[in-house]
Design a protein around this ligand. Structure first.
Ligand code: GLN
Length: 207
């Protein structure tokens, strides 16, 4: 078969082992960004960015091992590509995870407490305080992790009351809440803007 490698729109990988990856795919498409489900190491080839969705981080850890994805994903996360991680995805990136302690890729200098706002009781939509997001921006929190410490080289972009809930270090953006659940949420626009500035050299875009 002839090679079909051509210049085309950047492709964003969405970790699709468990959780709300379908909502992320819809959000990416609403910004005109093609995406590819990441379920094995080969799915990481040629990506311009990566999304780690919400879900259940312990289940994701188990499936990452089962699929042989831990090491390849660790390398991808350290490659400098833009990453958007929400909720369980953020837990996977945190340097330290509590309640209970669990391992993580440790690429983001934050400490998180799983289910740190209570389980269902404090789930819901809350106003965000931010100097970079438009006034009135809200975030939907679902059994969300709570950030209890932020390293010096990590920027806090938004707060819920006095808690940091949106952080960035370099190209890695992580939220305790779920921007993918709202149409064209400003946090998604930030990520899409980052991806849009890049190009990819592969024509593949499978779902
Ligand atoms: N409570 C989940 C966890 O600990 C995260 C919840 C979510 O992603 N909405 O992994």
């Amino acid at each position: 078969m002839a090679s079909d490698t051509v210049k085309t729109a950047p492709i964003v990988g969405v970790l699709a082992l468990q959780g709300d990856f379908a909502e992320h795919e819809a959000a990416l498409r609403s910004f005109g960004l093609p995406c590819r489900r990441v379920r094995g190491a080969r799915d990481l080839d040629g990506l311009a960015g990566l999304v780690l969705p919400g879900g259940e981080s312990t289940t994701m850890l188990r499936l990452l091992d089962a699929e042989g994805l831990w090491q390849p994903l660790a390398s991808a996360l350290r490659s400098g590509m833009p990453v958007l991680a929400t909720c369980a995805g953020m837990i996977l990136l945190a340097e330290a995870v509590e309640n209970p302690r669990q391992r993580s890729f440790a690429v983001l200098p934050i400490t998180v407490v799983r289910n740190g706002y209570g389980r269902q009781l404090h789930s819901g939509t809350f106003p965000l305080r931010s100097s970079v997001l438009p006034a009135g921006t809200t975030g939907t929190f679902i059994r969300a992790p709570r950030i209890t410490a932020v390293g010096a080289d990590c920027e806090v972009l938004a707060w819920r009351d006095d808690d940091p809930v949106l952080v960035r270090r370099g190209p890695v953006l992580a939220a305790c809440f779920h921007p993918e659940l709202e149409r064209r949420h400003p946090v998604y626009a930030m990520f899409a803007g980052e991806i849009g500035g890049r190009t990819a050299t592969t024509a593949e875009c499978g779902a």
